[in-house]
Structures are given as C-alpha cells and as structure tokens.
Write a protein that binds this ligand. Structure first.
Ligand SMILES: Nc1ncnc2c1ncn2[C@@H]1O[C@H](COP(=O)(O)OP(=O)(O)OP(=O)(O)O)[C@@H](O)[C@H]1O
Ligand SMILES: [Mg+2]
Length: 319
C-alpha cells in the first residue's frame, strides 16, 4: 500500500486485453494472482409500467469487466457515482449472482457455485462497508457482533469465542475490555475498527473495502488507512479498495482500475495512471471538474440527463 514501493507494470490489476488473453490460455503462469475476473457482466432488470409491466429493460451495472488482483497487493477501484464499483465488489464476494462471465478466486472458479459450496470461500473473501453506523446492529454488544463469523461457521463458542474476539479487538486497536459495550458507545473511527475486526475473524485472503473511510473525518480516515496498511503487511492481506477520493486511492493502492458506466476504462500501476491518465475519467481533476459542471448545470435549471448505465447507448466521454 505504500506509494514508494511501486510494483512492476503487471502487478495488481493488469490491462484488460492482457487479462483476457491470459484468460484464453490454460491458466499457466497464474503466479500469485489471487483473484481473476473475466468478462464479468451484471445486469439488473428494471420493469417499466406500474400496473401492467410493459417493457423489461436492464441497468448495465457491470459490463464486460476483466481484471486481476495479485496476492498481498491493493487494487484501487475508482469511478464516478453509479459507475458500478459496489456492484462489481458484491459480485466478486458472490453477494450477487452474476449475469455472465467468470470469477476465479485462489484457483477456484466460484462464478456460479451453490451457496453451500461457496461457504468455505466466504471466510476467505470479506467486505468492509462504508457506513460504520448502519452496518452494525445498535442493539447488539460489540463482542457478539465481532464474534458473528465464529457463530455462523460454528468454529468457536463460549470462552474460546470471547478470547478470539478480544484478540481481534486488540489487533485493530480497540480495548478488549469494551467487549460488552454497544456500538453507540464508540466513535465513528472505532466503529469502523469493529467492522475491520469482524472482517478479520478468519484471516481472509481478500478484503473488499467499499469506501471504508468515506464517512469518516479526515484525521480518522488516516488512522483507518494506516490500520489497514499495517494489517496488510502483518497478515499478508489482499485488498480491493473502493474510494471516490483519488488522493486516498493513490496513497493506498499498488495499481488502480477506473470504472465508467459499468465498464473498466483503464487499469495501470498507480503512479503511471496518476501521471499519464489515458481516459478523461482517470484524470486526477476529473471528478472535481465533473461535479462542478453538473452542479452548475443543475443550478442553471438544466434537465439534461447525466450518463447512466440503464442507457448504455448514451455512453460518451464526459469531457
Ligand atoms: N439492486 C439494484 N437494482 C437495480 N439497479 C441497481 C442495483 N444496485 C445498483 N444498481 C444500479 O447499478 C448502477 C451501479 O451502481 P453501484 O452502486 O454499483 O455504483 P457505484 O459505482 O458503487 O456508485 P457510488 O460511488 O455512488 O457508490 C447504478 O446505476 C445503480 O442504480
Ligand atoms: Mg458504491
């Protein structure tokens, strides 16, 4: 996660066509690729007509995306709102069934396997969500929230579960004596630490962080990012890190993939993309420019539609 140690051009995510080419081969030379996504498609059906459904349309949330994530590295995933980042993340974690394509995790094709067969992989692929308030049940004690994975997978109970939960709390910088407290008794940053502790229960191979610091104060953001970086070097974790803030992504990622209207527009090592963005959506000033323009348009009363994945024909370069 350190920008000082930029990996070679093929580390982290690699170029789409290269990944597709490799996908066409037998898989030889996979090396330390932990996750390979090939031509992933996720469409959501939209029904038009309220009483009598007339036309079935689709939101092209993720459209033919291919990428690779290498073991122990961080792939940053950026893109404007609605570009399909969270949908891609949820498909990778198999929280959504995919429309088509392939997801190969740790050498296993998990694209369409049943919930039962997916169970062991659920331990290895964890998610950390944006909202440290909404993602924790306010009525449950923190010890029991962090201990959920042990209960679900029947791996530890009673005193053993408590010992393991307190170890996790220590690992993420929480006081283990606060085991019996409720989420409301913690600050925003501490609540996000609770989410991180829960995700770490089985030392997963891949953690998908969906905007894990967006809801936090800047000073707290740095603490959580440093925590994730420390855990990565300590436990050899691999991250997909989704964020809007390009400076955060630049800081944490080895390589970056940019999404626009469900498609992957560009993938490159972080400093290369930062210095020479090929697509306007990758420009470091792009999101700011775009936001300013749409704000100006709205202020001027413009009703011009913004590009959206339900109308892929409208896909165009935003600049
Ligand atoms: N369950 C769903 N049903 C229908 N459409 C959906 C569903 N989930 C997402 N979408 C649509 O898919 C597109 C991609 O959404 P997604 O949440 O993946 O974007 P995102 O890049 O994560 O955006 P943000 O940065 O705002 O979090 C959007 O147009 C969204 O409206
Ligand atoms: Mg999202």
């Amino acid at each position: 996660m350190n920008p000082e140690t930029i990996p070679p051009a093929d580390a982290g995510a690699t170029n789409t066509s290269a990944a597709a080419t490799r996908a066409a081969t037998t898989g030889a030379g996979d090396g330390d690729v932990l996750l390979r996504v090939e031509n992933l498609v996720k469409y959501f059906p939209i029904q038009s007509g309220q009483l009598i459904p007339r036309r079935k349309d689709f939101v092209h949330a993720v459209d033919d995306v291919s990428l690779e994530v290498r073991r122990g590295k961080t792939l940053g995933l950026v893109g404007e709102t609605g570009s399909g980042k969270s949908t891609l993340a949820r498909c990778v974690a198999r929280l959504y069934d995919i429309t088509s394509g392939r997801i190969v995790f740790d050498g296993h094709d998990i694209s369409t396997i049943s919930a039962r067969k997916m169970r062991p992989f659920r331990r290895d692929i964890q998610m950390i969500f944006q909202d440290p308030y909404g993602s924790l049940n306010p009525r449950r004690r923190v010890g029991s929230i962090i201990g959920d994975p042990f209960a679900i997978h029947h791996t530890a109970s009673g005193a053993e579960r408590r010992r393991r939960v307190q170890h996790l709390m220590e690992l993420v910088g929480l006081n283990p004596e606060h085991y019996n407290r409720f989420p409301a008794e913690f600050s925003g940053g501490q609540r996000q630490r609770i989410g991180v502790a829960r995700a770490l229960a089985f030392t997963p191979k891949l953690i998908v962080c969906d905007e894990p610091v967006s809801a936090l104060d800047v000073s707290i953001q740095a603490q959580i990012i440093n925590l994730l970086a420390d855990l990565q070097s300590e436990l050899g974790l691999t991250y997909i890190f989704i964020a809007h803030d390009l400076s955060v992504v630049r800081h944490v990622s080895d390589s970056v993939a940019v999404m626009y209207l469900g498609k992957l527009t560009e993938q490159a090592p972080v400093e290369e993309l930062w210095a020479h963005p090929r697509h306007p959506a990758s420009g470091s000033s792009w999101s700011g420019t775009c936001r300013r323009r749409s704000t100006r348009r709205r202020a001027a009363g413009s009703t011009r539609a913004v590009p959206r994945p339900a109308r892929p024909a409208s896909m165009r370069c935003p600049i």
